[in-house]
Write a protein that binds this ligand. Structure first.
Ligand code: GDP
Ligand code: FE
Ligand code: FE
Length: 198
């Protein structure tokens, strides 16, 4: 963490203010994950000729709203114009889609590409920009991740970003189905778009 810094762009807040605000929203472990995602997003941005500053910031803030309490989420979904059907799915999927509201409101970030990448980072989507893919994949393969298949995911993603998206969706779907978890329709649509081999 000591040498972690962010570009002074995309928000009227200073980078120190963004880092402090993010830290106040989560436990130390989640904060380290966000730094790991930021650094991994920079690596993927370089490999895919994308703006490293934008990747660094979006990776860092992607889970900004992850630990907001359920009642606040429910209220935000109801009051800020989100699809009420979100309430029928696990809270795990809220922090990207609904988290985008907190990022605009608290961190004053309005760049549409950044907002969309945060929205899509948990479920993926049929259409994904380069930044969407970078954040989605960096979230899965950052150095703190440790699950069976993560080494293969890293190999695939560093060789080919789209293949990394497909690998992640196949792995996540298999994991959720093994638990008989309820699948958000966008996750399924994203799987069909990026993971199917023919
Ligand atoms: P994290 O925020 O860094 O932990 O990572 P993610 O934002 O990618 O995902 C959070 C959790 O949401 C993961 O455990 C995924 O398996 C889960 N998830 C992704 N899509 C769905 C879905 O459609 N339904 C459910 N129930 N969970 C999902
Ligand atoms: Fe997340
Ligand atoms: Fe994450």
């Amino acid at each position: 963490m000591a040498d972690f810094s962010l570009p002074e762009t995309f928000s009227p807040l200073t980078s120190e203010q963004i880092i402090a605000k993010e830290k106040s929203m989560m436990d130390a472990r989640r904060f380290e994950h966000c730094i790991g995602v930021s650094r991994t997003a920079v690596k993927l941005a370089k490999l895919n000729h994308y703006d490293v500053n934008k990747a660094a910031l979006t990776g860092f803030i992607h889970d900004y709203a992850k630990q907001i309490p359920v009642p606040i989420y429910q209220q935000t979904i109801r009051e800020q114009g989100f699809d009420p059907d979100l309430l029928n799915y696990n809270r795990a999927i809220w922090h990207g889609i609904v988290g985008s509201w907190f990022i605009k409101h608290d961190l004053k970030i309005t760049d549409p590409e950044i907002i969309t990448a945060v929205k899509r980072h948990t479920t993926g989507d049929v259409t994904m920009t380069t930044l969407d893919k970078i954040v989605f994949v960096a979230d899965f393969i950052e150095p703190g991740r440790d699950f069976p298949g993560v080494e293969e995911a890293r190999k695939v993603a560093y060789a080919d970003l789209d293949a990394g998206v497909g690998y992640e969706l196949a792995h996540t779907l298999a994991f959720l189905i093994a638990q008989r978890a309820k699948i958000y329709p966008k996750t399924l649509l994203a799987y069909n778009q990026w993971a199917v081999k023919n």
